[in-house]
Write a protein that binds this ligand. Structure first.
Ligand SMILES: [Cu+2]
Length: 153
């Protein structure tokens, strides 16, 4: 069976064995329709979030086109959490991909994984207006509603 990967999400897939039938067309891509990884020297704003089991606080964030933002995600829960940027459709597709690849370790250009008690950072430059979500794709967390709304004005 060939699984179709809906969108380009996974920057690098680290696996001990190849998974037959799963192709990813854009592995390594670092530019997304809403922007790209940002330069630390260009950070003009730091947005602090708390991830708990199983929600983000705040649940809504607004940024401006052209802005380079540093997200500081504090994991205040007992579980590992992720903070991943993407449109609502991309989040949905990615969650399906993750469900199909249980046990695989992912690194995301457009997000960060944070262990309990730790702080993860993501520096991102937003290049286009639109509506995004930030979501956690640790199995079960997205469906439990671990999602926030991000508006690019
Ligand atoms: Cu989570």
């Amino acid at each position: 069976m060939k699984l179709r990967m809906g969108s380009c999400w996974v920057a690098a897939i680290i696996a001990t064995a190849p998974i037959v039938g799963i192709a990813h067309e854009h592995a390594g891509e670092s530019t997304f329709w809403f922007g790209h990884a940002g330069d630390a020297a260009e950070v003009k704003r730091i947005i602090t979030l708390s991830a708990t089991d199983l929600k983000f606080s705040p649940m809504q964030i607004s940024v401006t086109t052209g802005e380079t933002v540093k997200f500081e995600v504090h994991n205040d829960g007992q579980l590992e959490h992720e903070f991943i940027l993407g449109s609502a459709a991309e989040q949905m597709n990615h969650d399906k991909e993750m469900a199909a690849m249980v046990g695989m370790k992912m690194t995301h250009t457009n997000g960060v994984s944070v262990a309990p008690g730790k702080t993860g950072t993501l520096i991102w430059t937003f290049t286009k207006t639109g509506s995004l979500q930030y979501a956690c794709h640790v199995p079960g967390h997205y469906v439990a509603g671990m999602i926030g709304q991000l508006t690019i004005k």
